[in-house]
Design a protein around this ligand. Structure first.
Ligand code: EZ4
Ligand code: CO
Length: 402
């Protein structure tokens, strides 16, 4: 099963995606997601210029060996660009293996550990009433776990709030957007928001919140403590994770569960957090943490320490990565929840897929491989458009984490 052809497709059906296509001598086609939000073309070049020339003639069934070849063989290992590129190859190889054996990928990963993959959705509001309406709308669509983000009265730009009636989409085409962040009003407001949400929707709805790396450890400890009465499912990315000891500090002050890792690209980024039990959920994804092969190792380490998975699943992960997340979620024993941010209708048309949503959960479907296709002719109608994530500054102009 030799790889004979490899190419990268860059398209923008509502937002940018970088997609890898591998073809074998038997004519099988495998797909991988190589999208790195705001830095897309760096991964496209890494693949086209430096990886794809090395793949021709390799046996597509040697998934782990190819992973080791690309990781150890590069010498300059790890990092988001390298690991997103390796992930794309890895996903395409799992897709090919499933197609060659005529089985869905989750069967190759050990088979289903559960019937469906619980997902959470994003509620967003420019004020509390709008956020409550957004939660109610998602509940009506069947979600039983909901992340709630809401603008702080008076203006601070909280991560995750959409403006107007648009669904939330962090990347914006055109000029880079600068937002203003103030920590103190946010810390005072968030407990009031969750008090209202609990009051309105009762104790059973699972509630999540994403602080998006904006707090210092002691501020995050205060927030976690003040949210305890509202019984969050998790508080996400309370502080930047370069310093794992920051999480040890938060842990000493609050029992609010912590979820971390959407920006992680290797097991080495989360080893200390997991082994020291500083977190409850690991959010690394198959798209940014080296593919299914590497994500499984992270999940196995987490399993040893009672940490469960809650993988990143924002719209910047293409339907190919979403499918991989669902095959992973169905098959990994210590799965807890999967993020679900529906793609635009254009994206779903470019990437027809077998996965489906019902009653607050998803299933990858039974199609061979990952169960996602890429319609190249349609993709060509949506050319790449430069788009960036916003940045955040304090009121006095100081750069802050976005
Ligand atoms: O801002 O994926 O939990 N989800 C998130 C995402 C991230 C984007 C960045 O590319 O924090 O929406
Ligand atoms: Co997040």
């Amino acid at each position: 099963m030799k790889i004979t052809d490899a190419k990268v497709i860059v398209c923008s059906p509502g937002r940018n995606f970088v997609t890898l296509q591998l073809t074998t001598e038997d004519g099988l086609v495998g797909w991988g997601d190589a999208t790195l939000n705001g830095r897309e073309l760096a991964v496209a070049s890494y693949l086209s210029d430096h990886v794809l020339p090395l793949l021709a003639g390799r046996d597509a069934r040697r998934i782990e060996d190819t992973w080791q070849f690309l990781y150890r063989g590069a010498y300059w290992r790890r990092g988001p660009v390298t690991m997103a590129a390796i992930a794309a190859v890895d996903l395409a190889l799992w897709d090919l293996l499933g197609k060659s054996l005529n089985v869905p990928v989750y069967r190759l990963l050990g088979g289903a550990c559960r019937d469906r993959v619980r997902v959470y959705a994003h509620a967003t509001g420019e004020n509390v009433e709008a956020a409550l309406a957004s939660v109610a709308a998602l509940r009506a669509r069947g979600y039983n776990a909901i992340r709630v983000q809401c603008q702080v009265p008076g203006g601070t730009d909280v991560y995750g709030v959409s403006h107007g009636n648009q669904p939330y989409e962090p990347a914006r085409a055109g000029a880079l957007q600068e937002t203003v962040w103030e920590t103190e009003p946010y810390l005072r407001f968030v407990p009031k928001l969750f008090a209202r949400v609990r009051e309105e929707f009762g104790p059973e709805l699972a509630l999540l919140h994403d602080a998006h790396h904006r707090l210092r450890p002691m501020e995050a400890a205060r927030l976690g403590h003040s949210l305890e009465p509202f019984d969050l499912f998790w508080l996400e990315d309370p502080t930047p994770a370069e310093q794992p000891d920051g999480y040890r500090l938060i842990r000493r002050h609050t029992t609010t569960p912590l979820a971390v890792g959407e920006v992680f690209n290797s097991i080495h980024d989360c080893r200390d957090l997991i082994v020291q039990r500083s977190i409850d959920y690991i959010r690394a994804s198959a798209a940014h943490a080296g593919g299914l092969s590497h994500l499984r190792k992270i999940a196995q380490l987490a399993e040893l320490h009672s940490v469960r998975t809650g993988c990143h699943g924002a719209t910047d992960l293409s339907p190919v990565a979403m499918a991989a997340a669902l095959h992973f979620g169905l098959s990994v024993p210590n799965f807890a929840i999967q993020e679900h941010m529906p793609h635009t209708a254009e994206t779903d048309r470019v990437f027809p897929h077998a996965y489906r949503f019902a009653d607050g959960a998803m299933h990858p479907g039974e199609a061979p491989g990952l169960g996602v296709d890429c319609n190249e002719a349609l993709a060509a109608q949506f050319p790449y458009r430069p788009a960036y994530l916003p940045v955040a500054r304090l009121a006095d102009g100081t750069m802050h984490d976005w």
